[in-house]
Design a protein around this ligand. Structure first.
Ligand code: DGY
Length: 324
């Protein structure tokens, strides 16, 4: 007797190769139009399914989890971050949750470098001058960006992505500082200077790259008091999650020049960002492009499916977020 295929509901349109694999191995409900479903619509589509494959645009709150049909046993997220899933509620409900680490490390670190360079060297205002024909003649004295090479870079959160940012920054002769709950072993530290607390890291950070996870502890970590500790004219970039920054504090600092420039790929409430960012010429803004290459998105999809395959073949998924 042939085993019946697990029933899977997918919340968003995925790369073609990933959908092809799902169509072959699962009884799958795809989202061809890439509609962003409300929680109720997604719950409706999940009726009778064994598994859900979601992305960061679907908020799996405790309410959502409580209302899931009992047939659902696993939520696989197409993302490394899982702050959109109430993992405690999922664990209490006996659900398995998986994510997609590793495969987006390089793409996200590349974007962090783009943000650092773009913010420092005026990618936004320079581009605007060309497009609006306000370029004028080349001038020895301006407009000027901020020298990047050879400066001190603070990395807040030295996990896989933070380490990949450090590797890239070494090519720019930067002095690398980092903070992390536990110090890295020497072979991973590669000469980077460890700070036990965020305050001491910020005091050194002429450039700051935010690469930590969004957790209750990191919520609005970059607030007014912490920005005050940074060197005057620092550059702040965020390729992790928007809520790690207190927008009021950063916008105030960008206006006063305390923070000379920011590069932001992620925002609180995205895509409905704090509109004040849009009028700041010293803010270089991207629409959450960290993992946005075809290679990486395919790899994320395949990783999510690997986790589902393991689960439905009675193996432990490689990327468990809930306890084993
Ligand atoms: C993730 O995987 O968490 C990223 O934010 C998606 O780009």
């Amino acid at each position: 007797m042939t085993k019946s295929k697990p029933k899977l509901t997918v919340s968003r349109k995925l790369p073609r190769t990933v959908e092809q694999r799902l169509l072959a191995d699962y009884d799958v409900t795809l989202n061809a139009d890439d509609t962003i479903f409300t929680a109720d619509q997604l719950l409706e589509r999940a009726q009778g399914a064994d598994a859900l494959l979601v992305t960061p645009t679907e908020k799996c709150t405790s309410d959502f989890i409580a209302n899931l049909p009992e047939t659902i046993k696993i939520i696989a997220t197409f993302s490394v971050g899982y702050d959109h899933i109430d993992v405690n509620a999922a664990t209490a409900a006996g659900l398995t949750v998986t994510n997609t680490p590793d495969v987006l490390t390089d793409a996200t670190a590349d974007i962090a470098l783009l943000l650092l360079l773009g913010a420092a060297r005026g990618a936004y205002w320079g581009d605007k001058m060309v497009r609006t024909d306000t370029w004028g003649a080349w001038s020895p004295t301006g407009p000027l960006g901020i020298e990047f090479s050879g400066k001190k870079l603070g990395i807040l959160g030295m996990g896989r992505i933070g380490q990949a940012v450090a590797d890239r920054a070494r090519a720019f002769n930067m002095e690398i500082h980092y903070s992390k709950r536990t110090r890295l072993p020497e072979e991973l530290e590669k000469g980077a200077i460890y700070h036990e607390n965020v305050e001491s890291l910020l005091a050194q950070s002429q450039f700051l790259s935010i690469n930590c996870a969004s957790t209750p502890e990191t919520h609005k970590l970059l607030n007014r008091e912490n920005i005050a500790l940074m060197p005057d004219g620092a550059v702040v970039v965020n390729s992790a999650r928007g809520d790690i920054i207190d927008d009021d504090a950063l916008i105030e600092a960008l206006k006063s020049g305390k923070v000379a420039a920011a590069g932001l790929d992620v925002f609180t409430g995205e895509p409905n960002i704090d509109p004040r960012y849009r009028s700041l010429d010293n803010a270089f803004l991207l629409p959450h492009l960290g993992s946005a290459t075809l290679e990486t998105r395919e790899a994320m999809g395949m990783r999510a499916v690997d986790n589902l395959d393991a689960f439905f073949n009675n193996r432990t998924p490689g990327d468990l977020v809930t306890p084993a």
